[in-house]
Design a protein around this ligand. Structure first.
Ligand SMILES: Cc1cc2nc3c(=O)[nH]c(=O)nc-3n(C[C@H](O)[C@H](O)[C@H](O)COP(=O)(O)O)c2cc1C
Length: 192
């Protein structure tokens, strides 16, 4: 097999993006953010998404076998995270820590939400964790400050223009990194 080049079809194929919903609290707000984000992602021509919900991985002792191949098959990730006590939720850390090669040499983008912080501190913690796993974090993020007030009872953003623009910029960066790293992995398996 020629490992020195990618076929045009390989390079142009839509990027497979695993969207990871990081909260599993009863009554959680996360699904509203997930629905909003999946709607924005569906408008992007270069990606196809699959939702992975950390609630599927509970109890923590359950085998990770259902989730692992889905993470391994993804070219890129978007983590949707709330902020709990200035960081991200424990079930999300558990999902991250139970995998290693699945994250390597792939880009990770973040959509965060919370109270006044908008989840920004959770995202900065996640950047450190994913660096240890040889993943590349995307610079631009989407953050929802006082998230509950931004969406109506039907889960629609009340004033979406700014957030939609932020999502587009973030996804454009994710696609650039995702394609570049997918091509590179196809040429040379990542050795860590
Ligand atoms: C245990 C706990 C800790 C929280 N800590 C923070 C925090 O440090 N900063 C913040 O801005 N919001 C904080 N919040 C607010 C949450 O980010 C907000 O309620 C968010 O919607 C929670 O996500 P979820 O509903 O999907 O679980 C906290 C909420 C909980 C339940």
């Amino acid at each position: 097999m020629d490992l020195t080049s990618n076929t045009p079809a390989q390079s142009a194929a839509p990027l497979k993006v695993a969207v990871i919903l990081g909260s599993n609290r009863e009554g959680r707000f996360g699904p509203v953010v997930a629905d909003w984000f999946l709607g924005r992602a569906a408008e992007h021509p270069d990606i196809e998404t699959e939702l992975i919900d950390v609630a599927e991985t509970e109890p923590p002792a359950a085998p990770a076998t259902r989730i692992s191949p889905r993470l391994a098959g993804a070219d890129a990730f978007v983590v949707l995270t709330p902020e709990y006590n200035h960081s991200y939720p424990a079930p999300l850390k558990n999902l991250i820590d139970r995998h290693f090669s699945e994250w390597q040499a792939k880009p990770v983008a973040f959509v965060s939400y919370g109270g006044i912080s908008g989840g920004l501190r959770a995202v900065e913690h996640l950047r450190q964790v994913f660096a240890e796993l040889h993943a590349v974090s995307v610079r631009d993020t989407v953050s929802f400050h006082n998230a509950g007030a931004l969406f109506d009872d039907r889960g629609r953003h009340r004033d979406p223009a700014q957030a939609d623009g932020a999502a587009k910029r973030m996804l454009d960066q994710l696609v650039w990194w995702g394609r570049a790293l997918r091509d590179a992995r196809n040429r040379h398996p990542y050795g860590a």
